[in-house]
Design a protein around this ligand. Sequence first.
Ligand SMILES: Cc1cc2nc3c(=O)[nH]c(=O)nc-3n(C[C@H](O)[C@H](O)[C@H](O)COP(=O)(O)OP(=O)(O)OC[C@H]3O[C@@H](n4cnc5c(N)ncnc54)[C@H](O)[C@@H]3O)c2cc1C
Length: 568
Amino acid sequence: MKDEIQNFFKGEVEDDEETLSKYSRDASLLLVRPQVVVYPKDKEDVKNLVKWVGENYARQDLAYLSITARCAGTDMSGGAIGESIIMDFSRYMNRLIGGPLPTNDKSAWEITVEPGMFYRDFEKITLAKGLILPCYTASKSLNAMGGMYGNNSAGERTLKYGKTEDYVLEAKVVFPDGNEYVVKPLSKRGLEAKMAQGDFEGDVYKKIFNLIQENKGEIEQAKPKVHKNSAGYYIWNIIQNQDSENYFDLNKLLVGSQGTLGIVTEITFKIVPDVKYSKLVVIFMNDLEPLGRLVDEILPLHPETLEAYDDKTMKLAVKFFFDFLKNKGPVGMMKFMLSFLPEAFIMLTNGFPKLIILAEFAGESEEDVQKQCENLKKKIEHFKLRVHITKNQAEANKYWDIRRESFALLRKHVRGKHTAPFIDDIIVRPEFLPKFIPELNQILGQYKIIYTIAGHAGEGNFHIIPLMDFSRSDTGSIIMELGEKVYDLVAKYRGSITAEHNDGLIRTPYLNKMYEPHILAIFSQIKRIFDQKNIFNPGKKVPTENTGGTKDYIYKHIAVEQKATHKV
Ligand SMILES: Cc1cc2nc3c(=O)[nH]c(=O)nc-3n(C[C@H](O)[C@H](O)[C@H](O)COP(=O)(O)OP(=O)(O)OC[C@H]3O[C@@H](n4cnc5c(N)ncnc54)[C@H](O)[C@@H]3O)c2cc1C
């Protein structure tokens, strides 16, 4: 296959052992070995490869030919791994194309980049102008822009600002016919013109429009009633008010579709002014019972973020304290150590709090944010919790470090065990948390595993990361059994099995816990409308025989060989 591709491909095509082993992993617990990895130099490479795959996919000598688009490979769902061709955008297609430029909307700017640009590089450009893409992830130092598009990523500021879908103005996308199309919001007239084209692109628009219109009632009913959801295809926001200039926006479907419908080659993001001043309030909870009511009382105060982590995360941070001190320098180290004194005191007097809540407020001046923090403290006085308003950014950073680094700490430190993300992104409405969390703990308690819980308390979205011993013969069955039970519980509370990390290989088989067969059939039809030949990232979102999306496939591909782990 390598030789044939090299005939028309300008970038490298690699199939050596080291490359294939590295690309067999993303940040999920699965291992799927590709046949070849390609690094496109430009969009011509992308289009030519898609055309070649479309023409040759049925050849007997090239079993299950397909393309899995990949950027930084930090996907936790197995969305960035596949059995055939991996197309890595991070080597060459990582440039700034234009901007930041002001838009007609005075409060927003736009910037256009290639998908392989890392967020950390993107942020340098935007922050230099006081601007930010506020849906950034906790993995922002690792991930790239195309992965955010692919997963409809979200983060600590999503509570107030929304997900990636809310920040994509326009994209250039290669469809499975091998042509690149501009995808942007259309007015009713624009849509009618598009549907009348009579070509592949026009057909896609027509069929998707009809499918959504014909099933309007069922689709509305099936919408998960949670603040954010990445499970299944995102069929809810494609069609808007018919008088609007944004009547029909195919990006609403493509963002979050994990490269199963189209491969993005250029993205124009909306970016907004960064906050001027912010301050963090830390709330220590020894009992989870009042959590739902507490969140309910905080949300009307419009915090910038409302995050949480549990006692196990805190214990890990204390245990591996010196990791946090690295790169801080002697003075920074001393300050950082002193800043932990209040926690040391709390631990000595009351033990570890069960949950630490971080509520951040932003505003135009220091006085303004201080006032907001004090308002909160006063409002929640009756809960009789310990509440601490941080004094400065350095102190706030201490809590953020623990929240953001919890997953990395787990990955590095617990000997003989490995992080196993499979129930890593559940979400239920915050008012259900007081009932939901004890039931969840009861399920997890049946298995003698270590796990941490951290997440977005304001949205009821929790990242549970168990540590598993992959040398044990029953690890695979525990993962399957536990996944089943936790997802049943999420379904009972009408939540979503993934708020932001997406379905990939690990969750696609469980979509039936959230959606009726009729909705799953709509997902299959969407896949067929775009990708009749199933050549784009098969086995994700819609199950396919042999190439993923089934429980059997997960079980077979759990990465027993953790030594081959591709550390991201
Ligand atoms: C420590 C850690 C913390 C994380 N925290 C968060 C978090 O807070 N919020 C969150 O949302 N996620 C989080 N994630 C998951 C992941 O980092 C994000 O989803 C991220 O945006 C993926 O970016 P990436 O560049 O690594 O994408 P990849 O892993 O390379 O790809 C992600 C998906 O997008 C598809 N894709 C890639 N390139 C393209 C393209 N050009 N066209 C179409 N599809 C494409 C891939 O096929 C894949 O399905 C975390 C992961 C880790 C390891």
